[in-house]
Structure formats: C-alpha cells, structure tokens
Ligand binder design. Structure first.
Ligand code: PRX
Length: 645
C-alpha cells in the first residue's frame, strides 16, 4: 500500500465548488437532514414539471427504494430543452471518430432536433411509454440521440455493448422484451469493422417480438435489409416532425435497463428510474469532476456500460456540458491517441480506466511528452482498483503534477459515483477511492455481518439508499432482494471488499464474490463456465480470475473433459471460439488448464479458493485442503499448472 499523501492542489482548490470544510458540513447534513438536503439539490439541479410528494421512502428488506415519488419530469427535457435558450449554439457533443480524420460537433439545438425526430420515428413505429427499446450501436452520436429519444417518449432503453455476441444480444433482447432494436451497419474500432447489423440479424432471428430494426448508416457498407422489419434511420427521420413534446414521467418511472453480471446465473437487468438517477448523475458530474461552464469533458468509456450512460450522456448533458464521444481505441493509430485527442479538442477533464492507463504506461513516455496536454485540469479513474504505480504515472506524467486524480468507486447498480475524492476538498492517496459522496453511508462488515469500526478491512456495504440506486432486477424482484439485501439484511451488499485506514479513507480491494473484472469489464465466472460446458467434449469447468499486469484480472479456466476425449491445442481453440460466440471477445479465457478432476468438498462444492491460488501461482500457501473429498486432485493441478500465454 502506498503511504503517500498528496495535498489538495492550490489551483484545484481555487477553482472548486467544494472545499474540505464544505465537504464535511454538506456530508453531515446529507446524512442527518437527508430529506431537506436532497430536496434542495433536486431544486438546484433538475427542472421538474411538478414537485414530489415525498423525498424518500425505503425498506431494504423488501428491496423498496423510492425517491421524489409523485414528481413529474422528463430526462430529455432536462438534458436539452432547458439549455436551448442560453446554450442552443454551444457544442453538446464532440465526436471523435476511430479514424483521426473524422470528427463532428453537434450543438444543443442540433441535438434537440435529432432527438425529437427519432422520438417521432419511434412513436411512428408504435413505441409507447414503458415499452423497451434495445440499442446496439457503436460510439457515434446517434447512440446518445437514441437514448434521449427513448427518454423523450418514456420508452425504456436497454443498451447492449457492441462487443457482445449475437447470442448475448439475443438473451438480452428476449429478457427485456424489446420490440425495436436500433443499430448501425457497422462499428469501427482500431481500423477494423464490427459487424453490428449482421449480429442483430442473427440475434433477432430468434426474437419473434422484434418487429422493427432501425439501422444507422455509419461505414456505408452494403447491408441486406429485411423487408417489413428493417428501416434506415436517415430515411425515417426525414419523414417526421422536428418537434416532439416530452412525455411527463413520474420520478419513479423506469428510465433504462442495463445488464450486468453477478456471481450466479445469467446477467441481470439492472433497472434504473428517472428522477433520482438524473439528479444524482448531474450532481456527481458537477462536483466530482468540478465541472464548470465551458469545460471540455471527456469520458473514454463506451455507452454500452454504465459509465457511458451516467458520465458521457446523462450527467454531462443535464449540466449543459460539452461531452466528447470517442469511437476508437487508445492504441490506434498509435498509443498516443488519447493525448493527441486531448490536444486536438483542448480537453479539460479526462476520465478513463486503470487498464488503459497501465497499457499506455507500458508504451513509454515519449508518445505522451510529444503532446502538450496543457488544457488538462482534472483526471479521473474508474472501473477497478488503480495500482499506485499507474496512479503515479497518471499524476506525474499525464497530469504533470497539476491535475488532481479522482478515483471514483461505483457500480452498474449504484447508477453514479459513491466513493470518490472531491478535487478541491480531498487529499489524495494513490490507490484509494477515499471518502463517500454526499448521502452515501458505507460500512465494513465481517462475513457474519458484524459491523467493523475504525481502521479495518471487511466486506463493503451501504447502509441506506441514495437517489440513483437501481430499483429492481427487471422482471425478477426476488432476485434483486436475494442478490443485494439478503447477505447483510437491511443493508445493500456491494460484492466488494475494502480496507478503511486511520483517516477513514476507503481502499477497494476487489470483488469478494465470483465476479471478475477483466480490463474493467465485469463478468460472472458462472457465465464463462456455462459457455464452456456447452461444448460436447467438456464435462465440467471452473473459471477464476488471476492477476494480470494490464487487464487487472485475466480469465483462467479449469476444464474437465469427457472420459473418452483427448486434450489438444485444437480443442482449446475451439473452446475459446465457443466463449466468444456465446458472450463476446471480452470473455475469452486467457488460460485453459486441463483438469482431470476439480477440488471439491465432500458435499460436492468446488473449492474456488484453491483454484484461485493455483491460478495466481500462490501454490506455497493453499490453506486447509483436508475437507476435500480427494486432496490428491490439488497436487495434480499444481504440477500441471498452465503457463500463461
Ligand atoms: O469491483 C468494483 C469495480 O467495478 C465493479 C463494478 O463494475 P461495473 O458494474 O461494471 O461498473 C464499473 C463502472 C462503474 C465494482 O464492484 N470498481 C469500479 N470502480 C472502481 C472499482 N474498484 C476499485 N476502484 C474503483 N474506482
């Protein structure tokens, strides 16, 4: 653990909305006078058609969470209409293409018109308030347009990351009951096309409810359009009006579904609702990134993940910001791309993931120091713990000691940032997400649920709701309660472990369940196992994460073959291919080890603790193996440990 402490930078303090004293005062009030605190924030940040009857109402035992019930608002109105008078001609979205020659700027007025038009197209296709719409798009402005068009008419979007396979797309379309899919001909990443429309065709062949596929022309490659089902976006938007009245939504009406992985079973549809979500994302965007009018703000995430939802689209646009959307990858055309884009668009606030920082750090400093980066004022990190070495590089080399780093801890389920420094208030410690945001009350508990006090380490829970907490698992409220509120009754269990130091700073240590985090992509080991056992040669599979220099965690699969099957390199390739087909390239195992059998307790439970240690090459210290049905299994696995590729 790093012992270093970095004081609040004078230039950050001078600029900031909130200093250390104000943080303490506001935090205390957010907890002790919660209703009034949040009512004031709701007044300050959001335009309501009608105010709420009650600020909050909750019961974690029932998984009941309500904020601002009875209030009426519209998210697209908050992100667009209300900005038109003052900043209609201000750029809302800067789009930087995969190809460095292609970029685009879209003003608030232009975005407003695009959103109204697509909203009218959706209506013309029969989409009504409450209906679900699947968005499977690359990082192009139409992704934001599609999100906002849904919110305009009260439809619930479900974005599926463009890296997911047709099979994974199909599962999500079916589970959420989408009848319309918005996609594009192709995506482009690192100069290579991604066959999005073709993937949709494969997925939708098994989704009888999908009646319309709206296709954005992006790369221009010829596409076969299915008559009666597929329509071109650019043709349809010409047929409709450029005005569309915003639907009045209740604060608790659903806003979107986003699938995320857990320890067991298929990914869950995390359902977020309207009022609390837009308030919390706007407020965190302003205070965590110390966003000021005129700043150019860039979050490098994909809109397919929650970071893209909250901090590329909703939070920034609610605040009237200029948000940069980047289609490409950090290493194309070369590993200096991020820094070149920062100079090109004079980016002030830059938010990325540790895996990207580590990968670029490995390329040396020359590509960085060739660029100016003088516009930068603040740096952010999200998605996984940032190791102090990467933090220091980010701070000294990228930010030249002049930009605070906000290491923001949060989750798909939390909708917005929960633990984070505030740049004008919080001293930084490399590797620590530091302190809770307003209204957030974290605690650490033992496995038995006893609350731990002071400097300690344990399981991270949150003891009361905040406005952007997910409201349910779409279609399965019992699963919501079982997953988050049963382990430590009356509290939200995050699935993460954390350490708290003597200053009350939180250091997230990673997942304590069977979820792994590969390059910031969250995955359930059970999902990868389910894909592997689909192969007829496979009898059983167990998947664990292992430490990986760049990705944070890599995927290590132990595979037991059917009795008559011979292991081979060919079979390994087949298995990797199968996982890519079932889930997508992000789930490809890095290592496959043939395991004649797996270490199990006498009751048949796989002892993953041991598998994790073998994968991490911590074979000296495997712990107690006496409860295993057959301890010799472990020796075999250790002796035949696969060498990582
Ligand atoms: O383990 C934590 C890790 O990412 C998980 C949430 O993943 P996801 O729902 O995909 O959302 C990622 C983007 C918000 C958490 O349970 N995580 C996220 N941010 C951090 C982090 N771990 C440590 N430090 C962070 N800043």
């Amino acid at each position: 653990m790093s012992e270093k402490v970095y004081d609040v930078l004078p230039q950050a303090a001078a600029n900031a909305y909130i200093n250390a004293e104000q943080y303490k005062e506001m935090y205390a009030r957010s907890v002790n006078d919660s209703d009034n605190f949040w009512a004031e924030q709701a007044d300050a940040f959001i335009s309501w058609f009608k105010k709420w009857d009650k600020v909050q109402d909750w019961n974690y035992h029932e998984g009941k969470i309500r904020w601002f019930e009875g209030a009426k608002l519209n998210v697209s109105y908050n992100c667009l209409d209300r900005h038109l008078e003052k900043r209609g001609d201000q750029v809302a979205i800067i789009w930087e293409g995969d190809n460095p020659q292609s970029d685009k700027k879209i003003t608030y007025r232009e975005l407003y018109e695009k959103v109204c038009r697509l909203a009218n197209v959706l209506k013309a296709q029969g989409v009504k308030k409450g209906d679900r719409v699947c968005i499977y798009l690359p990082m192009i402005p139409e992704a934001a347009v599609a999100m906002l068009a849904c919110t305009r008419i009260g439809a619930v979007h479900s974005i599926v990351f463009g890296g997911f396979s047709p099979e994974a797309l199909k599962d999500r379309v079916l589970d959420s009951g989408c009848e319309v899919v918005i996609t594009s001909d192709e995506g482009l990443r690192g100069g290579r096309p991604v066959p999005l429309k073709t993937n949709v065709d494969k997925a939708v062949a098994h989704c009888p409810n999908v009646r319309t596929v709206i296709v954005v022309r992006h790369t221009g490659r010829h596409m076969d359009m299915v008559a009666g089902r597929d329509v071109w976006y650019h043709e349809e938007i010409e047929k409709v009006s450029a005005e569309c009245a915003p639907e009045e939504m209740d604060a608790e009406d659903p806003l979107f579904i986003l699938y995320t992985s857990g320890s067991t079973g298929k990914p869950k549809g995390a359902l977020h609702s309207t009022g609390g979500y837009i308030l919390y994302t706007a407020m965190t965007h302003k205070y965590v990134f110390d966003y000021h009018d005129g700043d150019i703000y860039w979050c490098t995430a994909d809109v397919g993940w929650v970071t893209g939802h909250s901090y590329i689209v909703y939070g920034p646009l609610a605040n009237g910001a200029t948000t940069l959307m980047f289609e490409g990858v950090p290493t194309y055309p070369d590993a200096g791309r991020f820094w070149q884009v920062i100079d090109k668009h004079q980016v002030n606030i830059f938010y990325t993931a540790p895996t990207a920082i580590r990968a670029l750090m490995g390329q040396g400093n020359e590509l960085v120091t060739k660029t100016s980066r003088k516009s930068l004022r603040l740096l952010g990190s999200v998605g996984e713990p940032i190791n102090p070495e990467a933090w220091e590089w980010y701070y000294h080399i990228i930010g030249e000691d002049r930009c605070p780093i906000v290491d923001t801890w949060w989750q798909t389920e939390t909708g917005g940032i929960l633990i984070t420094p505030l740049p004008g208030a919080t001293k930084l410690k490399p590797g620590s997400a530091t302190l809770p945001f307003f209204g957030v009350v974290p605690a650490l508990v033992t496995n038995e649920g006893d609350i731990l006090e002071g400097a300690t380490e344990g399981n991270l829970i949150i003891t009361r709701p905040w406005p952007s907490q997910m409201r349910t698992v779409f279609g399965d409220h019992d699963r919501f309660i079982d997953t988050y509120f049963k382990t430590y009754p009356g509290n939200y269990f995050t699935g993460d472990g954390a350490r708290r130091d003597e200053d009350g700073y939180y250091w997230i240590t990673g997942r304590v369940d069977d979820v792994i985090n590969v390059s910031g992509h969250r995955m359930g080991t059970a999902e990868v196992e389910s894909a592997l056992v689909l192969h007829e040669a496979v009898a059983e599979a167990a998947v664990v994460g292992y430490p990986h220099d760049i990705k944070g965690q890599g995927i290590y699969a132990y595979v037991t073959l059917m009795a008559d099957i011979e292991p081979s390199e060919e079979l390994k390739k087949d298995l990797v291919r199968l996982v890519r087909e079932e889930i997508g390239p992000i789930a490809s195992p890095d290592v496959i080890q043939w395991a004649p059998s797996l270490p199990k307790t006498r009751s048949g439970k796989i002892m993953r603790r041991i598998l994790r240690k073998i994968a991490a090459n911590e074979v000296e210290n495997l712990g107690d193996t006496s409860t295993l049905a057959d301890p010799s299994v472990v020796d075999h696995l250790v002796t035949n440990r696969a060498v990582k590729s």
